[in-house]
Design a protein around this ligand. Structure first.
Ligand code: AHR
Length: 502
């Protein structure tokens, strides 16, 4: 059995967890909106046409903010098509995903739906085919309380009170040649700055996220951020990052090491943010919105064969296996280990499209990746402690040296709870992990949750939805303030301790 040590100190605090780290994303894409969250003809629909079974699972997942309406989709979107009487809404050709968009679901329905799932909207404006004027109009429609053309239009649609959407994305993946209205860094930086400036004139209370790189492997990564932040430093609050991984070569050890790449990506973006801040003698930090992240590759081949110009095709419907859940756990740990600067995270996406939740005519079920996200969004609140991990390492083909153990400790002082999230990436051996907790002398172990399986490729399906699920059967013991845990080979672990009442 391998051995590892984790070291923390109560006073060595990395930063507070912003609950928006556990956000998600709904795009008009595939069956995310139609059949995923909205399906008036379904037996599961409520009076608004929202699927009740999806609502229940999203509530369980505990998602505080949801990005909308895209994604690539937003770069050709006319938001006006999706408001007002449904019978008057036009169908449109969506060039991002080669489908027909009926606009039967739009921003007001999304605002209502986010309320039903106890969440908030993170709204993206179209900076692909549109610009400053449309972004301003959309913000006026959503947030302006007085009487004006667009706020009156909102009121005429039955929404007297403004939606007061706080967090806004200035376009989507504008560095990507696949994006409608793709721009150079200079072109986008100017547009983002001017759009953001006008939007903040309309509503100074909003927060703005500018598009960073679409992945760490983009050829423009680095110079894109430097140009962008240099131009927009005074206007924006966050720079976005997007990152997906896949096990295309079926090399599980390498795949599980992808979190090393994510860690480096985040570290590099922080360095660029701080370089520009220093150069400008600035006071504020530009923080990170990792507003698309996940595993995405299973559906790539099938998607190439899809018929075009249909409605709600089965698109990007990755069926996630157990190793995907392990990597999702590691990605969450990586984000938490940067919680001082990564303030928003959106798992992409939420329902049916590269999603933790799937629906069919017979109901809704949880994919494997549902669980690590659920555990973090439930228990990963408070302050992240600087977590030193002394772990044996291995050599990953693509990513170089990777630790077998990924781990982070979160101290929830309000709940008097200490939570340890850990992944043992060793495909062969269990691991004994020790942690000196004498500073938390009156804490006791509440539970050690484990997700483990010998079959890395095991999946949850409509007919077998519980093939992979967590159990409460991990082995951890506390002896005179020293925690010793056995982390099974290839496992996701959540060890919860709580202060005991005397
Ligand atoms: O989430 C799927 C797609 O991935 C999004 O539309 C786009 O922003 C990214 O490339």
């Amino acid at each position: 059995m391998k051995k590892a040590q984790v070291i923390i100190d109560k006073e060595f605090i990395l930063g507070d967890v912003d609950k928006r780290l556990y956000g998600s994303f709904i795009e008009h894409l595939g069956r995310a909106v139609y059949e995923g969250i909205y399906q008036p003809e379904s037996a599961f629909a409520d009076e608004n046409g929202f699927r009740k079974d999806t609502i229940e699972l999203v509530k369980e997942l505990n998602v505080p903010i949801i990005r909308y309406p895209g994604g690539n989709f937003v770069s050709g979107y006319c938001w006006e098509d999706g408001v007002g009487p449904k019978e008057k809404r036009p169908s449109r050709v969506d060039l991002a995903w080669s489908v027909i968009e009926t606009n039967q679901f739009g921003l007001n329905e999304f605002v209502d739906w986010t309320k039903a799932v106890n969440s908030q909207v993170m709204m993206a404006v179209n900076l692909g085919t549109r610009g400053v004027e449309d972004a301003k109009n959309l913000l006026e429609y959503c947030n302006f309380s007085g009487n004006s053309k667009y706020s009156d239009l909102r009121k005429s649609h039955g929404y007297e009170k403004p939606h007061n959407i706080k967090t806004w994305c200035l376009g989507n993946e504008m560095d990507g040649p696949w994006q409608m209205g793709h721009k150079t860094a200079e072109e986008y930086a100017r547009l983002a700055h001017e759009t953001g400036r006008v939007m903040k004139m309309m509503d100074p209370n909003i927060e703005l996220v500018a598009c960073g790189s679409s992945s760490s492997s983009m050829p423009t990564f680095g110079s894109w951020e430097a140009t962008l932040i240099d131009e927009c430093y005074d206007t924006i609050d966050y720079v976005s990052m997007h990152q997906y991984y896949g096990n295309r070569d079926n090399d599980s050890a390498n795949f599980l090491a992808s979190s090393v790449d994510l860690d480096q990506f985040i570290t590099n973006v922080i360095a660029i943010c701080d370089y520009v801040k220093g150069k400008k003698h600035g006071k504020k930090n530009i923080n990170i919105s990792l507003d698309e992240w996940n595993v995405w590759y299973h559906s790539n081949e099938a998607d190439e064969k899809l018929e075009k110009w249909v409605q709600k095709p089965h698109q990007l419907e990755d069926v996630y296996n157990f190793e995907d859940a392990l990597l999702v756990g590691s990605m969450l740990i990586t984000m938490l280990r940067h919680a001082d600067r990564v303030k928003i995270g959106c798992m992409a996406q939420l329902v049916n499209v590269i999603a933790p939740i799937m629906t069919s005519d017979t109901g809704a079920w949880k994919q494997t990746i549902f669980y690590p996200f659920y555990h973090c969004s439930r228990y990963g609140h408070g302050t992240v402690l600087n977590t030193i991990v002394k772990s044996p390492v291995y050599e990953a083909k693509q990513y170089g040296e990777a630790a077998f153990l990924d781990c982070v400790v979160v101290n929830n002082e309000e709940e008097e709870e200490l939570v340890i999230f850990a992944v043992n990436k060793d495909l062969e051996e269990d691991m004994e992990v020790t942690l000196d907790l004498r500073q938390f002398s009156d804490y006791q172990i509440v539970e050690h949750i484990v997700m483990q399986d010998e079959d890395l490729k095991a999946v949850n399906t409509e007919s077998n939805p519980d093939r992979i699920k967590p159990a409460n059967d991990g082995y951890s013991k506390l002896n005179s303030g020293r925690l010793s845990s056995k982390l099974q080979s290839k496992s996701w672990n959540v060890i919860r301790l709580k202060k005991q009442c005397k």
